[in-house]
Design a protein around this ligand. Structure first.
Ligand code: DAH
Length: 340
């Protein structure tokens, strides 16, 4: 019996099949009423208990291995039959894959960049981890300026010269250092400020900076450029106004408002009753900035402007809480639909 068991074990191990019928034949031959293994079990009954002890384990092992083999082949062959048989209906409509939408910040960024590209601006991008010179020094920030304070700026520990940029104006410096006028760049990017997160403030947000340097660039050019942008972005009947302001890197400096689209300038709670919405800072590049970037301020003039993308999107879609942009709640994100 011992020899027979090992002979059958060998047979089971070598068995392979590509057809379910063959597997069934194999099962009958081994475990059917008159099958080889069934017969061994019959003989086993007549053995002495000593013989049973010796052979029982081997016989059971043979049976288990045979069953395992049969089951694994059945499973394999049934699966491949399903694939090729009529169960798979080729004419059935496919399950559609859900397609995401662009993030509102990306939509606004792309739209803005695209408007300025039409005016001949090219995209310039640069590092988020910057040094003091590019973020403050070359932009005419005096050493004691509050923007350099720890309260606003994330400094890299141990080296106060290395910091996370607080505005994309740092790209003005990089562009002027690297290229000769005429310069016409638009710089979208992430900026960082050490602010408590609330509905109106976040420690990470997005800005778009613009810079135009050439001979004879005037404030009138700045105004016309921004008017074009405002009308392309918010509609043909949009009005703008420039209010005097202060930035260390521009002189004169201004803040630009656009007429409120919600109330048509009459005053509502979005524009806080004024009829105007502030959207960016701008001005003529300060001669000190030109000089510290190696540009002759006698020959060249230029203008710069900078805006917050979250704010633009808030005004466009009346989003009331900045935090929504960063929570990635699909119900919020799906509402903007566009794929610009
Ligand atoms: N960098 C300024 C800020 O973060 C925005 C700004 C104002 C940029 C005036 C400019 C500018 O280029 O001319 O608030």
């Amino acid at each position: 019996m011992k020899n027979k068991i090992s002979e059958l074990l060998d047979h089971v191990e070598k068995f392979t099949s590509e057809k379910l019928e063959q597997v069934e034949e194999f099962r009958i031959g081994m475990l059917g009423k008159k099958g080889e293994i069934t017969r061994l079990f019959e003989q086993f009954k007549a053995f002495t208990s000593e013989q049973k002890r010796e052979l029982g384990k081997d016989l059971n092992e043979l049976k288990t291995k045979t069953l395992e083999k049969i089951n694994s082949f059945r499973e394999l062959l049934e699966k491949s039959q399903e694939k090729t048989s009529g169960i798979f209906d080729m004419t059935m409509p496919a399950n559609s894959e859900p397609v995401g939408t662009r993030h509102p910040i990306s939509i606004m960024k792309n739209k803005t960049v695209e408007i300025f590209k039409r005016l001949g601006y090219v995209i310039a991008e640069g590092p988020e981890i910057e040094d003091d010179r590019h973020v403050f020094g070359a932009l005419n920030f005096p050493p004691e300026h509050p923007a350099r304070d720890m309260q606003d700026t994330f400094f890299i520990e141990k080296n106060p010269d290395i910091l996370l940029r607080t505005h994309t104006s740092s790209m003005q410096v990089r562009a002027m250092e690297q290229t000769k006028p005429p310069i016409r760049i638009i710089c979208p990017g992430r900026v960082f400020r050490n602010e408590a997160i609330s509905a109106r403030a976040h420690c990470i947000f997005h800005q778009i900076e613009g810079l135009y340097i050439d001979e004879n660039v005037s404030f009138a050019d700045l105004k016309q450029t921004l008017l074009y942008f405002a009308r392309e972005m918010f509609g043909k009947d949009t009005q703008i106004r420039l209010r005097p302001s202060y930035f260390p890197f521009t002189e004169p400096s201004a803040e630009m408002d656009v007429s409120c689209k919600i109330c048509g300038g009459k005053g509502c709670n979005i524009c806080k009753g004024t009829g105007w919405l502030e959207i960016m800072g701008c001005g003529m590049v300060d001669p000190n900035v030109l000089e510290s970037c190696g540009i002759d301020s006698e020959k060249y003039t230029g203008f710069a402007f900078g805006m917050g993308v979250e704010r633009l999107a808030m005004l466009k879609w009346q989003v009331r809480d900045l935090r929504l942009y960063f929570e990635n709640d699909i119900r919020f994100l799906q509402q903007f639909g566009s794929v610009i």
